[in-house]
Design a protein around this ligand. Structure first.
Ligand code: ATP
Ligand code: MG
Length: 395
């Protein structure tokens, strides 16, 4: 039953029980008094009631009943009928009251019946409030579930994309292993014999410059091939408990001269006393080198390179976190999804192979870790490696 039809039934029953000529429920708002529901209020009476409510002294009289919270009565002429008018305010501080018109003075019982009627409506309103708050609770619970679901879908998508990435890596790895293996030996010969030929050449020889170029390019090609081999090689993994800060220190020592010459300021924030993690030291060193190299390439005019280690908890799992940040050129949003792809590079002209990050990705996932990237084009990038602190179960 809606509230209006409930009020109408209550008005009807109460009128019958108390022998009232008519009754109405009127409410007070910023615009003054207005009629809500009524019983036996003819059109003519409704018009008169409207005028009655507009009248200032009547309005004050009704307002007094409302603020006092007590019923009031007075004799009046209503639509040419003399009558006794009773008002019963809502019990519970609501801004409405019943107006009941009686031919005769109402009895105590009648007054009680109207007060009961008021109580009934107020309780029904309370019920509605309760129902509303229950509904709101249900809605907020639903919203929470929806959020949880969204988070799970996002996690699922991420897991899927990791799987796709892993499959790509495996395919590229297989192909690269074959090609690199074939190229490694001839390239080693080219480098070796070019060096021998250069040694044998007089220093003013015409072909020296050409041969030096051959040597440089062959060395470059060999280093690409070596990286491919590193990338693809199914090497025995040597995991030991190691201190990540020590690995970072090693890399910093290796790259110190580069930092000095490229006017890059290094900020190290290595948390002391970090738990040791089960890792392949060489592989993780390679990860740090790759990330530091990328950061340096991203700051050709200099900048700030920060390396931070710490522990973090994600989704209830404890990780060791290694973050490498730069304030360099950043990554264009359209490239962000591709940087871990094998051979994706924007530095092809400057000797980039596009393998650094895919190798890094492979190493980190093999360690059961994750790598996160945040980047803003023209502002800088942050790569965070998370390595699980619990020991990995060998399968
Ligand atoms: N710190 C960084 N700032 C800006 N761009 C980056 C950064 N790190 C990676 N990138 C982008 O990701 C691409 C792929 O990186 P990745 O390390 O795999 O290859 P590369 O550095 O181009 O070549 P390689 O590492 O094999 O020499 C880069 O070419 C560059 O566009
Ligand atoms: Mg790189």
């Amino acid at each position: 039953m809606t509230k209006t039809s409930l009020v109408e039934s209550v008005l009807k029953e109460a009128c019958a029980l108390t022998d009232a000529s008519w009754a109405a429920r009127v409410a007070y708002s910023a615009n003054g008094w207005h009629l809500l529901e009524s019983h036996r209020l003819s059109k003519k009476r409704a018009l008169v009631l409207h005028d009655f409510l507009e009248n200032k002294s009547n309005s004050a009289w009704l307002g007094g009943a409302l603020t006092g919270g007590h019923s009031r009565s007075r004799a009046c002429i209503f639509a040419e009928d003399s009558c006794k008018m009773y008002v019963y305010p809502a019990l519970g501080g609501d801004e409405w009251l019943f107006i009941v018109s009686m031919k005769e003075s109402s009895t105590k019982e009648s007054q009680r019946i109207w007060r009961l009627a008021s109580m009934l409506i107020c309780n029904a309103a309370l019920d509605v409030t309760n129902q509303t708050s229950e509904l709101m609770r249900a809605v907020s619970e639903l919203e929470e579930t929806q959020q949880e679901l969204r988070a799970r879908i996002a996690a699922q998508r991420e897991a899927e994309s990791r799987l796709v990435q892993a499959a790509k890596l495996a395919a590229v790895g297989e192909m690269a292993a074959g090609v690199a293996h074939e190229l490694n030996n001839p390239l080693t010969s080219v480098v070796g014999f070019t060096e021998l030929s250069l040694d044998a050449l007089p220093s003013d020889s015409q072909v020296r410059a050409d041969l030096e170029l051959v040597l440089r390019e062959a060395i470059r090609a060999r280093s690409v091939v070596r990286r491919l081999l590193d990338f693809a090689r199914q090497r025995e993994v040597m995991r030991v408990r190691a201190d990540i800060n020590e690995i970072v220190d090693d890399v910093v020592t290796l790259t110190k001269h580069l930092l000095l010459t490229s006017s890059v300021e290094l900020r190290l924030q290595l948390s002391p006393g970090l738990p040791w993690v089960l890792i392949d030291r060489n592989q993780i060193k390679q990860v740090v080198i790759n990330l530091v190299n990328n950061a340096l390439y991203a700051m050709p005019q200099g900048g700030v390179l920060s390396i931070q280690t710490d522990t973090v908890v994600r989704h209830g799992v404890s990780y060791l976190a290694l973050a490498v940040r730069d304030n360099g050129i950043g990554i264009q949003p359209e490239n962000l999804g591709r940087i871990f792809e094998p051979f994706f590079t924007t530095r092809g002209d400057k000797g980039g192979t596009g393998l650094g990050l895919s190798v890094t990705y492979g190493i980190i996932t093999e360690h059961g870790g994750v790598i996160e990237v945040e980047s803003q084009f023209n502002a800088g990038s942050a790569f965070t490696v998370l390595l699980p602190l619990e020991p990995l179960h060998e399968s």
